[in-house]
Design a protein around this ligand. Structure first.
Ligand code: SF4
Length: 65
């Protein structure tokens, strides 16, 4: 099980994570990204989350395994 979240202080709302992993990330009401699921139990989804993390230009995506 892994926890995933977005550090809103770092997110610049570029949209990369939502484009890469719409199963995990979505726009929040503040215009920034948020994780719509906070816990990942599926290996494929975890890989997707990691891809989004690598693509994030500001390191805003946090994954804790
Ligand atoms: Fe925000 Fe990073 Fe997602 Fe861009 S990729 S919307 S900076 S969390």
């Amino acid at each position: 099980m892994a926890k995933v979240w977005v550090d809103k202080n770092l997110c610049i709302a570029c949209g990369s994570c939502i484009a890469i992993a719409p199963e995990i990330f979505e726009w929040d009401t503040d215009g920034k990204s948020k994780a719509k699921i906070s816990e990942i139990n599926d290996q494929n989804l975890l890989e997707l989350a990691k891809n989004a993390q690598m693509a994030c230009p500001t390191g805003a995506i946090k994954i804790e395994e």
